[in-house]
Design a protein around this ligand. Sequence first.
Ligand code: MRU
Length: 375
Amino acid sequence: MRVDGQHYRTIWAAADGSGDVEIIDQTRLPFAFIVLRLTTVDEVAEAIRSMRVRGAPLIGAAAAWGLALAARDDPAQGALEEAGTLLLATRPTAINLRWALDDVMSVLLQLPAARRAEAAARRAAAICDEDVALCEAIGGHGLPLIADAWEAKGRHGRVNVLTHCNAGWLATVDWGTALAPVYKAHEQGIPVHVWADETRPRNQGAALTAWELGRHGVPHTVIVDNAGGHLMQHGLVDLVIVGTDRTTRTGDVCNKIGTYLKALAAKDCGVPFWVALPGPSIDWSLDDGLRIPIEQRDAGEVTRIGGRAGDGRVLDIQLTPDLTAARNDAFDVTPARLITGLITERGRCEASAEGLSVLYPATGAQVASPRATGE
Ligand code: MRU
């Protein structure tokens, strides 16, 4: 997507051919656009843990690059396994992380040690390219939902899409998942407007979704997390599209905390609630979303908030009384029964085992990879 007219991905190999990797430091957005160079697997692990890179597909892509940097340092099997364990422990909910590590590791362990570093970098770059293709395809399959909403409104006004957290291009390598259909609609000249939930505690909606939509020229409005139900009751939301960090084979979806409440409100108001996901976000081993491990993050993310002061300084300030306890579950689960449908790179389907099995007939982590299916 574009940032002030220039095309960017969220992660890329350094242009000097050193094998280092570069990222946009998302902890600095929206107030500073900083590119960081990562040179070791430890730096990649830190970047994922501290959410310099975040969003399920991007976490997977970053982990793949982490293994590539580890292989450059020491391609022995033991060292690679240690690096994999380090990366896997960074964030527990997004299944893309495990998917990417398994994928790269399976390639590397078939090769002699001397060929592993180059192969790992090649595979990490390919995972990034594949993610772009998957997300663009999701955009294509989601576009008719927005186009149909525009026709249903008699081509009057605008199509209002509500989204939660950031499932845009910043959460992937490019395009995004939930926002890919929005970018496609915008490209086609459909007047689409996004309600961006602020998404406490880390405010990915207020900081990241608003930033990327703004830089790309897509109209949007930030709302507080509690506003979505009210807007739906008043007919101001045509459809909801969110992303997912892990989808069970039965269509339950685990996404940023607060997604479930939006799905309940959408159900009550008869607003279509769609979830956009690439195949590597599906956990074929699970049939109950409530068994997905939910990341518990630092309570300080709840008791404190960051922002820019009037004098331009970016500050981190306390919100709650001293010593007040806080709990910080990072994700929640939306049961399949509340979901209108899933938008994948292979098309749209019902959020159910039957629906997913039509799109992914031979289920298993490896079939979610376009490389493995030869797509
Ligand atoms: O904690 P984050 O910012 O990594 O959470 C991101 C989300 O919840 C996204 O909606 C999800 O990863 C889907 S991304 C395309």
